[in-house]
Design a binder for this molecule. Sequence first.
Ligand SMILES: CCC[C@H]1O[C@@H](n2cnc3c(N)ncnc32)[C@H](O)[C@@H]1O
Length: 482
Amino acid sequence: MELRNKRIDNDTFYKERKEVLASWPTGKDVNFEEAVEFQKSIPEEKIFGRKLAQADAEGRTLIQPRAGVALYTEHIRLLQFLEEEGGADLLPSTVDSYTRLNRYHEAENGIIKSKESGRSMLNGFPIVNYGTKICRTVTSALKNPVQVRHGTPDARLLTEISIAGGFTSYEGGGISYNIPYSKNFSLEKTIMYWQYTDRLVGMYEEAGVSINREPFGPLTGTLIPPCISSAVAVIETLLAAEQGVKDITVGYGQCGNVIQDVAAIRSLRELTNSYLKEYGYDDVRVTTVFHQWMGGFPQDEAKAFGVISWGSATAALAKATKVIVKTPHEAMGVPTKEANAAGLRATKQVISMLRDQSLVDIPVVEQESDIIVRETKCILDKVFELGKGDLAVGTVAAFEAGVLDIPFAPSRYNAGKVLPARDDNGAVRILDTGHLPFTEDLKAFHREKLEERSRFEHRPVSFQMVIDDVYAIGKGFLVGRP
Ligand SMILES: CCC[C@H]1O[C@@H](n2cnc3c(N)ncnc32)[C@H](O)[C@@H]1O
């Protein structure tokens, strides 16, 4: 089938669905009509999109951890601990790396080894191996809505079992779970795989079940210019809306300059709503998610709490609908439930103290937001032009042309020409725009910002700034000063 940004017709979808459900034994337990009834039996307060909409209307920022372990009984205990002791408003189930690569045999071995050793031998919760019934045991044991978080290029079977299993939100997208994660996965393929995911969500919507979708905002989590993460988020939103998705949370990973980070959330919300309206999707609910610092973390737990609190403050001042919380074990790996809960409590403390303050409408944020909007429009207009009006075709062509280009991404489909570097205030600017279709005045803006830093540091604007910025974090700084 050819790549097109067009709603998948039923015959094509059901034919593909047969193969998807046959790709692992647990797929045979998925029955759409029965799953719709189960989803409809879930209490209102556990519907992810409802809780987001309520918080957004009240201008509140919800807190959500990442969490996932191999044994489902332990996973239940973990998630119950995070809502009871951590105060999590929203819950995750972070999926293990084998499942993300469709390597269910190895996930199965991981479950067995975890039972034998009494500890989690997987770095997440293997949803596909457990299947619908056990997933329902997990989601029914919790008080709060639960979302599946992962990084899966081909997530079709994972989507089927997740929704049938009572999860009411699902993260990812055909760009955001491919280019930053994989080296060789065809972008055309993953866009089509994620059209399947979004079509399935659309079918649940048409049956009266609302499932929240969340494109993965941070991408590589390293010096990502807001216009690039916003362009990807808007594209994945529009592709999802075409398949019938009605509830979307667009996201952004903290970069470190507070003004730019607040402007990034403000402009992301504005861009997503305006593009949905422009392309005729008038009934899609949009909320935002701010990811606490996705870069390297200090080993020292007190310093880690400093980083966590800094991200919490920015999320609150940006009025993000939710914030994804890090833990003081970030530098070590999968956190203990105690560390995870502590990260949540620190976050909630800061969010609560700042709940009556906002930086969204201050002039410097408005100015920065306008720059991001103009940059993102330059990119998206070119994507549509390259696709001769078809967004999916345009997206593939845009990556080939370097019009979409995600810094530090491993994918061979990514040009890797764009070079970001921080300006004198730590905001992420663009040292080399590669083939980004920026207007001359936008290019001049970035050049000038970097020249300001160059004058302050008495050194030329150069690639060395990029290297210094990447290493600065480990030294506890943002701007990599010479
Ligand atoms: C793109 C997401 C990366 C982040 O996702 C966290 N993460 C991954 N797996 C788990 C897990 N099983 N439990 C708690 N956090 C987890 C990492 O720390 C990292 O920050």
